[in-house]
Design a protein around this ligand. Sequence first.
Ligand code: C2E
Ligand code: MG
Ligand code: MG
Length: 885
Amino acid sequence: MYAPLPTAERRAQSRPRSLPLRGLFGLTEDDRDQVSDLLVAKLAQVAAVWPFTLAIQVVACALLFALAAVDVTRVPGRIGGIAIHAGVLAIGSLLVFATVRLPAFGALAAHKRNQIVTLCAAALAATLTSLLWAITSAPDGPVQFASAIAVGGVLGITALSLHPIRAAALGFSAALVATLAILAGPCIPVAIALVFLGCLVAAIISLARIDHALELDRATASIEGRIAVKMIAEFEDHGAGWFWEADRQGRVTYLSAKVAHDLAPGGSAVGRSLPELFRMDNDAPGTERTLAFHISSRTSFADYSVCAAAAPDSERWWSISGRPVVDDLGRFQGFIGSGSDLTEKRKSEAEITRLALFDGLTGLANRQRMRVSLDKTLAQNTGPYRATSLFLMDLDRFKAVNDTLGHQAGDTLLQQVAQRLQRGVGDAGLVGRLGGDEFKVVLPGIDNRDTLAALARDLIASLSQPYFISGTAVTIGCSIGVAIAPDDGATSETLVRNADLALYAAKGDGRGVHRFFSDDMLAGARTRKLLEDDLRVAVTEGAFHLCYQPVVSTKTVRIVGYEALIRWNHPTRGLVSPADFIPVAEECGLIEAIGEWVLRTACIEAARWPDTIRVAVNVSPIQFANPVLPALVTSALAQSGIAPGRLELEITEGVFLDETRSSEQMFKALKGLGVRLALDDFGTGYSSLGYLRNAPFDKIKIDQSFVKGAAEPGNRNAAIIKAIVTLADTLGMETTAEGVEIQDEIDLLRNLGCTHIQGYVYGRPIRAEEALVQLGLENGTATASGFKVSRAPRTKMLRSARILIGGVRGDVRIRDISTSGAMLDGLRIDGNPDGVELQIELLEDQMIPARVRWARDGKAGIEFHEAFNLERLNQGQASRIRRVG
Ligand code: C2E
Ligand code: MG
Ligand code: MG
């Protein structure tokens, strides 16, 4: 609360003009300073007036002396005349001094003051001299004097309207001059007295005018002052601003009440120094010096952010500005300034900062903050060595949760994930969310691979525990890519890129695992880039062709249709598997163009087949998400002229990872065209069956991983196939078993209720013309070929391996493996492949000898020289293998 100063004290501090003589002794040093300042100012004023005034007075008195000396016969003695004149001089001087002390006098310009003082002094001296001269020399003086006083009184009363004292002086003087004129008659002294009287009148009129102007000024100033005080009070009470004033030592002499209350709760802010009351926010922009510095250096400051020094934890913040105040003579008087409340502004700034640096949903650091933090941490590495590790994390199956349970559940899940991550990482690093289901962890000072691997495993385990969201238990997974600075990158760009590559590898290795960045990942990425470049060229040059694999009815054993499968025969790479280039085409946006070409070509080529034969075309989830797909299908049908019912679109479960609403509309639109829809690779991707309720599929294609080995005794795949077939039957859908290679699987599948079979057992993918020929043979009846009985059980693998063949090293992909052999992708052998010797690196640094049994379309079957114990694979690299059979 503001404690007002006693009025007298405030006036003394705010307007220290008068000279407090009584305080000259026993005053403080500051007061003494003020007193000495005032004395100097006064002396300067007087000095500006006196010399000139004295000169005039001396001249005037000398003239009078001369007059007195001339008419000395009428003066009682020369000595008496001189004494009279000397007395007059003294009185005149005193009057001048008194005039100088008039308050209004100080406001006048120096030359005006001189004129007035001179006139006053000369006129008074002259009139008094003449009066005394006349009184002492005339016999009937008293009578005449009395009548003159009466005349003067009348004049004086008339002049009262000007100023009482001046009017009295004027009247009195006029009366005396009149008396002199009557007594002395026309003579030189009377003329002089009249002249001086005229001067006196002029001076008094002039003074009156000045007084009037000053009075007007004062009245205006006082009105303005009152308004200003009112407005300041209003501003202080209701506005955000306040004022302060400090003395030369920076001690507060005035402070608006509301701020005073916050600064000195229960005490008084007055008398305390600014730095004692305010604590500065040194981090605020534009804050260069301390308040103490400005006070001692007497310099102004602006917009400093301060809070109450007494309550540093308070949320109240102000902006304070101040400037030094100097008096007319340029002497420093103290400080005056203003302030405004910054609390709300700082709160909204803090909110903006929070929004700019933190993820709104989870409260974790956002992408921007993570980037800055990583940059900072890496910058520290230039000093004493400090390693930094980076985790890039991606949730597995998060989109499924979003789609099935809704976005709100997805949000809740992300919040819970964030909490588990925070808990898991603790103080070891900074956790952030990059957006969607991507998270990042910066771990300064950790580069031990074992520690990092343990942390990654813990995080994956923790995130894979069930979440309970609105009464439903939800389980997701998590893949982590790890990069360690400076080995894996000294800049944030490189480190993030490499962690991203490691994450890509983790996902490629079956998800739910962590991978450390290694140089071959970068090489893999470069290879992908090269493949992408080649793919672009292939698209523009039309380097693809289609092959068709027969789909056979289990009931009639006749070909009912063909699946169109794209083939790319690269001039140097050879035949590139669609399993390799389709994902790249999807990543780089070429799939739209490729997909359109496949659709149009398949329809045109199928148009040459009998009307009963269908054609199945694979549609990528990216194509499926594009609303132009129905128009494209319509156009392809129209262009080729085939009936919509002959076209079957194969869609993988991947489409359900997208927005449910839009996929629903797409299903509707496609069904509206009359085309058939098949669910490809059923059971390999998406874990929820919920989508089958609404998606209008005509067929489910059971993935070959369920078919392989189904005919072997004790294999549980048959049970799974049975379940799928039952499900499809119930929903009124057909079933195609994919990848059937063994003849005894045909009967099994027929017995299990599968309606169709597709696989090498009935034929490999062939050209459209060959298909036409095939359809003509035996009226389209399919002939089974290949192994009659199942081989050793095979394990499906998703990994690449080095091979050594004829002294040349190369990379292949292992599709499946058994104790006796393996199926490879990406192996081309010129000439007869059968019996070609090779070595394959199944275990790290262990080349296993094998021979090629067959090779076709970039695929090859190899046979190990010795039976290979699959357990060895599991021991070393269990996480790299996905067992499906
Ligand atoms: P998919 O649609 O499941 O196609 C079946 C894949 O299994 C084909 O591989 C086919 O050659 C292979 N296959 C058929 N029978 C057997 C068998 O008995 N044993 C074995 N081991 N494999 C068999 P392909 O042609 O390499 O295609 C691989 C995948 O690439 C396809 O799987 C499909 O997802 C994709 N794909 C192929 N052509 C296209 C296309 O035109 N567009 C799109 N979007 N994807 C395509
Ligand atoms: Mg397919
Ligand atoms: Mg398939």
